[in-house]
Design a protein around this ligand. Structure first.
Ligand SMILES: C[S@@+](CC[C@H](N)C(=O)[O-])C[C@H]1O[C@@H](n2cnc3c(N)ncnc32)[C@H](O)[C@@H]1O
Length: 263
């Protein structure tokens, strides 16, 4: 994403969504499990694992059960998410940190594995993010992440562009930029992309889901006075252009899965 939101905006939006997130996070589950399956057990995940942007903490117990780390650090920018995670997803090894991935409250070379599913797309300063990841990883440690590419929600972006010039959908970083930024701090392991297409009967199901995730465009709230009924109708009509022959409305997610290694 390029400069779009302030950190307090992001934290507030996700904190507000903490109670609804799990009920609408089907794609996030799938992506997180895909990412878990990419963990390389050679990196000693039984040491210290950091779940970066842990959200409701769903993957904490999974990481604990699979790898038995002696410390599982769950970090998130949104205090509301962290409180929810602490209440529902604590493990015997859990420690909780409210903090920013671009400025990690951790000492140098202290983490064996960083797991981060669908969180770093909210980071605007990629040199700071990858610099921090490289600083806190132990030599040989790995950064495993899933993030979103620029084709994500292209249908939604296109439908809104037929209505107004506001940016209703977050902008995401391309694979080549990601490679370039990551490469200046960490050694490449792998970088792959997969597409996931979610299917809806009505466009409001999609917008409801995005709101429940806390991932609806935060800037849309700032323009609430402008989002009138007529504009919503025009938006819905424009989205109808994507309705397929079998009668569904698609929403595409371009997911990047990356593995980077600290030298
Ligand atoms: C889509 S949720 C993903 C949560 C979880 N990893 C999952 O897969 O269900 C994104 C999370 O990233 C957090 N986040 C956003 N920007 C962050 C940052 N700069 N540092 C740490 N966490 C951040 C949000 O607060 C939110 O909880």
């Amino acid at each position: 994403m390029s400069a779009q939101f302030t950190k307090p905006d992001i934290a507030e939006s996700f904190s507000r969504a903490a109670g609804s997130y799990d009920s609408v996070a089907e794609l996030q589950r799938r992506v997180g499990f895909n990412l878990l399956d990419r963990i390389d057990t050679e990196v000693n995940p039984s040491g210290v694992i950091l779940d970066l942007g842990c959200g409701t903490g769903f993957f904490g117990p999974e990481l604990h059960q699979r790898y038995g780390p002696h410390m599982l650090l769950s970090l998130d920018l949104a205090e509301g998410m962290l409180n929810y995670a602490r209440e529902h997803r604590a493990t015997a090894a859990s420690q909780w940190l409210c903090g920013d991935a671009e400025s990690l409250p951790l000492t140098d070379s202290s983490v064996d594995l960083i797991f981060s599913s669908l969180a770093i797309q909210w980071c605007e300063n990629l040199p700071a993010l990858f610099g921090e990841v490289a600083r806190v990883l132990k030599p040989g440690g790995q950064f495993l992440f899933a993030t979103l590419g620029p084709e994500t929600l292209h249908e939604l972006r296109s439908a809104w562009s037929a209505v107004d010039n506001y940016q209703h959908v977050n902008r995401f970083i391309s694979l080549s930029t990601l490679k370039k930024e990551a490469g200046s701090h960490l050694m490449p392991g792998s970088l792959e992309q997969e597409y996931e297409v979610l299917r809806y009967q009505q466009v409001r199901e999609l917008t409801h889901e995005l709101k429940g995730l806390g991932a609806h465009n935060i800037s849309a709230g700032r323009q609430s006075g402008l989002t009138g009924k007529a504009r919503m109708m025009a938006f819905k009509e424009a989205y109808e252009a994507f309705r397929t022959e079998d009668g569904i409305l698609p929403a595409t997610y371009q997911v990047f899965y990356g593995k980077l290694i600290k030298e």
